[in-house]
Design a protein around this ligand. Structure first.
Ligand code: CDP
Length: 199
């Protein structure tokens, strides 16, 4: 069965947590596509060469979750040739047998425009910055500034800007517990599977 779930949204909206929970619930494979851009940014040097030569070891680095790695990722992610180098890998993953969840910024709009389910997970910048601060610590005002800077860069870039696909279900998690957000996502997927006769 090919069944792709596309989950997009800005930094720290809850995409990762929802994606992991949904993948576990339905037995789908999960790809955090942000990790690809973080690994390219962390490699340094020519980002296009880094994207073309990305290895498992690059993705296994333990410094990819930092604020600095997030900023570096969003800079290399604005380079069209970097994005182009990563498209095929993501599309192959999306079409793997048994179902796949991909989370990122352009999954429903560019990578998998035909995904069975598209979710756009968002929350207010203050809420997202607070969640990132709980996760990483540091100076709260700086965390908010970095979230806003990355939002602006990701939404403002010319190639594959962050925006909800027209047919995406928008999930605003500002006032939602993570359990409630996961339950909503599961309900949307259940409905789609049932409509396909696979529920
Ligand atoms: O975890 P968080 O939401 O903070 O970030 P991420 O998903 O790991 O993505 C890091 C950066 O990679 C984003 O700010 C985007 O600039 C870029 N990215 C992208 O352009 N397209 C994707 N499909 C995923 C990430």
């Amino acid at each position: 069965m090919i069944f792709t779930v596309a989950i997009d949204g800005p930094a720290a909206a809850g995409k990762g947590t929802i994606s992991r929970a949904v993948a576990a619930r339905f037995g789908f494979a999960h790809l955090d596509t942000g990790l690809l851009y973080r690994a390219v940014g962390a490699k340094g040097g020519d980002p296009v060469a880094a994207a073309r030569g990305l290895t498992e070891a690059d993705l296994a680095r333990d410094d990819l979750r930092t604020l600095a790695a997030g900023q570096a990722a969003s800079k290399v992610a604005a380079v069209p040739a970097v994005r182009a180098a990563l498209v095929e890998f993501q599309r192959r993953f999306a079409r793997r047998n048994g179902g796949a969840v991909l989370d990122g910024r352009d999954i429903g709009t560019v990578i998998c425009p035909d995904a069975a389910v598209k979710l756009y997970v968002t929350a207010s910048p203050e809420t997202r910055a607070h969640r990132r601060w709980l996760e990483l610590g540091g100076d709260a005002a700086q965390v908010l500034a970095e979230v806003l800077e990355r939002d602006a860069r990701d939404m403002g870039r010319a190639d594959a800007p962050l925006r909800p696909a027209e047919d995406a279900v928008v999930l605003d998690t500002t006032d939602m517990t993570i359990d409630a957000a996961v339950a909503r996502a599961v309900a949307v997927i259940d409905a789609r599977l049932a409509a396909r006769g696979q529920g």
